[in-house]
Design a protein around this ligand. Sequence first.
Ligand code: COA
Length: 434
Amino acid sequence: MSWQEYYKQHCVSAAEAVRMIHSNDVVAIGHAAGEPSALIDAMVGNAENLHGVELLHMVLLGKGPYLDEQMKEHFRHNSLFVGGAARKAVERGQADFTPCYFHRVPELLRTTLQPDVAMIMVSPPDEEGNCSLGVSVDYTMAGALAAKTIIAQVNRHMPRCHGDCFLKVTDIAALVEHDQPLIELQPAVVGETERAIGRNCASLIRDGDCLQLGIGALPDAVLMCLHDKNDLGLHTEMFSDGAIDLIRDGNINGRRKTLHPCKHVSTFLMGTQRLYDFVDDNPSVYMAPVDYVNNPWVIGQNDNLVSINSCVQIDLTGQVCSESVGLRQISAVGGQVDFIRGASLSKGGRSIIAVGSTAAGGRISKIVPVLDEGAAVTTNRMDVEYVVTEYGVADLKGKTLRERAAALIQIAHPDFRPILTEVYTQRFHQKWAV
Ligand code: COA
């Protein structure tokens, strides 16, 4: 049977497609901006026929209607990254959190989580019947291939991204044509603090470096400070609107990359429609599954890989918490450790933890004597290298505990330096003046 005939036969409404989900099934849902919203709504619309369905997901950009308290008996969300709407559900015990390095999630899906169904979103098929997973390849590809049944929302707004990101129409059990704009993530507001952090990070970046940028205002602030750099490359978990101008202006061209030269490698994308238009049918953007892109050994094949990520708290010995405020889970490791370890394997590589010196409007120092009770150590002190705040750069690599503490106190907010200095004196039995 031709793929066209197969397509016609398997093209159904969303309501019909979600009848393939049964009580107690495990369902992997397409990630972030690749979330198949029409299928999620249809599944929730069929809730009265479903009990105990486990939903696997990471960054939740949509509303997550299955997290409503009335949905408790029908769906249980197992989050591999706690963001947005999932935070409250995890806090009130209605959803679970499974810690996992991002590059290991596909393996977890294949071996442990084993979804019965994958609900994904794809671009319309090309002339050979290939659908692109577009802006979310990450774990979505592995979730689809591991599932017994794939249900796909075919959306002409899903960019036809290039790379290792295609599924055949004939792999998909139910195809639901439903066009809707992708969920957008507006650029974060970059203030003076973020700009200062961006400038300090940029001081560590050299022409020809290959960059990984995390999410939020800080990556955007760093990108704003790179307009005088040349021949930069991207091998990153994700990128957003902030990278577009640097690519168009030629500052990022990937020419000196030692792996995938001239390609901007990423595993998922979140941003505005401008980003989604930019990556559509753009052969310079190479999308691939997260077990490839985030694999530290793959990352390390890029010379001069510079990773830039953020955190919630860092203690004076260099232990980094990036995912919880005390016991309250607000995020997850994501690709942070994947890239920090990848950078350490890269010839000339460097890793940066970039963070504002304070939280809560300046009332709390993010550089602390000890992490809050219950805080998770996301990046351990053996892995951490540069820490950057608006007050400067601390290089912790190869430093003693005493030297680390001194370096971190110097980049803490001035209001908190006296108390941190007191802690230093007690801990190391010697005075150190700021
Ligand atoms: N004490 C108390 N609260 C704190 C805090 C601290 N030390 N640090 C942050 N917070 C609070 C903030 O006030 C904010 O609260 P709100 O949501 O109620 O406003 C919340 O925690 C998030 O902090 P914020 O600084 O706004 O986060 P961000 O958007 O800059 O992201 C991380 C910072 C660490 C959460 C984010 O970088 C992350 O998730 N990292 C881990 C994953 C990762 O690195 N992935 C890499 C590749 S994408």
